[in-house]
Design a protein around this ligand. Structure first.
Ligand code: G3P
Length: 218
């Protein structure tokens, strides 16, 4: 499973790149807004740091506007993938962008029928939001299972990015189900590395090592 970082924060991206674990980055208008900089300036910074796909979202309401916004964004770097919201005009834009060889990530997917339509429109990626489904007492991971089954049934090349991941269990379940990609906030990446038994084990090994060294000195 590929791991994308779900952030527009340059410091977080630098740390994740240093870990060597990050295959791409997903941003959205809310994440870019948190950084408070001009979005294109921020995206250019991210392009310098990340080799893999970087999702940059369009905000126009109609397909013409989405395509107009997408073209200069796509020119920011080879890795840029245009994030398009799932709606009628979004699907029209996805089809047009695919025709121009521009990759898209269809976002705000909350049902398997939406995911199927996005794949048929020519999306390179779909982003179902599992956390937001769980927030309204739904089952986000069940949606991922459905989309994996449907895409396998028809051999779609569209990759599934599990998005709106809130905790390590979402990440593990994504891998068990066989999703292509999980996009995770930096806080979840940190949690994935940690285990209290690992911490306790390191502490015990270090203590025993010091004990041995001081007994050898005597
Ligand atoms: O990738 C989509 C993600 O940023 C949405 O996450 O936590 O706002 O639902 P959240």
């Amino acid at each position: 499973m590929k791991i994308f970082l779900d952030t527009a924060n340059v410091q977080e991206i630098k740390r994740a790149v240093e870990l060597g674990l990050i295959d791409g980055v997903t941003t959205n208008p809310s994440l870019l807004s948190k950084e408070g900089k001009e979005p294109v300036v921020q995206l250019k910074e991210i392009v310098k740091l990340v080799k893999g796909p970087i999702s940059a979202e369009v905000v126009a309401k109609d397909a013409d506007g989405m395509v107009r916004e997408a073209i200069p964004l796509a020119r920011l770097g080879k890795g840029i993938v245009i994030k398009v919201p799932l709606c009628e005009q979004g699907l029209v834009a996805v089809r047009r962008l695919a025709g121009q060889g521009i990759r898209t990530n269809v976002t705000l997917v909350f049902s398997s029928s939406q995911a199927l339509l996005a794949a048929k429109a020519g999306a390179s990626y779909v982003s179902p939001f599992v956390g937001r489904i769980d927030d309204i007492a739904g089952n986000g991971m069940a949606l991922i299972e459905e989309i994996v089954t449907i895409f396998n049934n028809y051999l779609f090349k569209t990759e599934i990015i599990v998005a709106s991941i809130r905790h390590p269990l979402h990440f593990v379940q994504s891998a068990l189900i066989g999703a292509h990609i999980a996009t995770i906030p930096f806080g979840v990446l940190e949690k994935l590395m940690r285990h209290p038994l690992t911490d306790r084990g390191i502490e015990a090994f270090n203590k025993d090592w010091e004990k041995l060294k001081s007994s050898l000195k005597k």
